[in-house]
Design a protein around this ligand. Structure first.
Ligand code: COA
Length: 387
């Protein structure tokens, strides 16, 4: 297998992008990544596009062909992949496999979702299809409800408090202030978070990621030729994808996402490193409890200690491990198919030293953790400098 590097990154602003179409957002992110990579369009030999629900959200299926055509890439094969909120990371992993195998040299990877054209109730119903439609969604359990059950169990087993949950939101909003791509570039206080409106007890609106439009893109190349395109390539050291139980009621535990835990362990093994080697991590904080569970599943903190660690500032920039320097899903927004690709953009910017005010010093390894639904799909990637 060849080593693979990211040679170009690009993304749109995340938020309510009324003025941009689905195809326009992918194109904007893609063109930025292509320019960043210093490649010409005719050097691209394949592409992978992650989108969870373009058919239901904007009425557009056949998204791979649409983008190949609209971006003037025909006859390059662009393959759409879907794995709920992990669709973007699966697209990245498919691109990595294509370059690593030697089948393709220059591959573009994209992720996109346009969610704000519909109202919250309609979007919740569509997203809920990423859980168990028959045993969860049909009974009225949408994602805030599912993660609320995980939060309640974490509180019961470990004494995690609403204050600990809120501290995750406060940190991520604080990081998002310095991210021009973020949907919410504003600080919030612990009091504001704790007094915000209840969505699904104990999760309040400030515990939830929002509904978002946005796209992100990457260009991949073999590591051994990467510096001929970009003087700061970022090596994808490991990329692991796992599957797990779809419905919560079938799980051994509600306080851990087994698929993510296994993906993390496999990624560390592949890279030959341990959790303590990770300096920055973009984790899937679709709800604040999800970030707490992620930091435990990834081995940064012992089971049950993630909430306390967040409250004590161990996950802030300058703490033990800087978690969600971009602002995470909470503040940057969560256009579901784009999130995994956006996480890789942030880690690439951090490793290159291009993250401006939110730059973390002395980074060796960065990690992305992206979960589909309530954890039936998980992807963990590890990155380091390739120069
Ligand atoms: N965090 C902070 N502010 C938020 C927010 C969030 N998650 N969601 C909305 N807001 C803000 C809006 O910007 C708006 O502010 P404004 O009045 O200043 O313009 C206000 O709150 C009301 O927004 P609205 O869109 O009416 O909120 P809503 O009640 O319809 O939706 C949620 C809020 C939390 C229910 C919705 O964002 C949601 O369902 N999030 C979860 C999405 C999800 O499940 N993703 C998949 C995860 S696996």
């Amino acid at each position: 297998m060849r080593k693979v590097a990211i040679i170009g990154v690009g993304m749109t602003k995340f938020g309510e992008n009324w003025d941009e179409s689905f195809r326009g957002m992918v194109t904007e992110a893609g063109v930025k990544a292509i320019q960043d990579a210093n490649i010409k369009g005719d050097e691209i030999s394949a592409g992978y596009l992650g989108t969870m629900a373009s058919g239901s959200l904007v009425g557009q299926e056949h998204a791979g062909a649409l983008i190949a055509d609209y971006m003037g890439l025909n006859p390059v094969p662009i393959t759409r992949v879907e794995g709920a909120c992990a669709s973007g990371s699966i697209a990245l992993r498919q691109g990595v496999l294509a370059v690593a195998s030697g089948l393709h040299d220059i591959v573009v990877v994209g992720g996109v979702e346009k969610m704000t054209d519909l109202d919250t109730a309609a979007v919740s119903q569509i997203l809920g299809g990423a859980g168990d439609q028959e045993w969860e969604l049909f009974m009225g359990a949408t994602f805030p409800g599912l993660y609320a059950m995980m939060a309640r169990r974490h509180m019961y087993e470990y004494g995690t408090t609403e204050e600990m949950l809120a501290s995750v939101a406060v940190k991520n909003h604080s990081n998002g202030v310095n991210n021009k791509h973020a949907q919410f570039q504003r600080e919030i206080t612990l009091e504001q978070a704790l007094n915000s409106k209840m969505v699904a007890d104990p999760l309040r609106i400030m515990d939830c990621s929002p509904i978002t439009d946005g796209a992100a893109a990457l260009v991949l190349a073999p590591l051994d030729s990467a510096t001929s395109y970009n003087e700061k390539p970022i090596e994808v050291v490991a990329s692991e994808q796992t599957s797990g139980t779809l419905a919560l009621h079938d799980r051994e535990s509600l306080t851990s996402i087994k698929a993510a835990k296994i993906a993390g362990q496999r990624a560390y093994n592949y890279a030959g490193i341990s959790p303590s080697d990770i300096d920055i991590a973009e984790v899937h904080d679709c709800f604040t409890i999800a970030e707490i569970i992620a930091t435990e599943d990834l081995g940064f903190f012992a089971p049950g200690e993630g909430g306390r660690a967040a409250l004590e500032g161990k996950t802030r920039i300058g703490g033990e491990v800087a978690v969600n320097t971009s602002g995470g899903l909470k503040s940057t927004g969560h256009p579901v198919g784009a999130t995994g690709v956006k996480q890789a953009c942030e880690v690439a910017w951090q490793l290159r030293g291009d993250a401006a005010e939110r730059q973390v010093k002395d980074i060796s390894y960065g990690l992305t953790h992206n979960v589909g639904g309530s954890g039936a799909t998980a992807v963990v990637n590890i990155f380091q400098r390739g120069y």
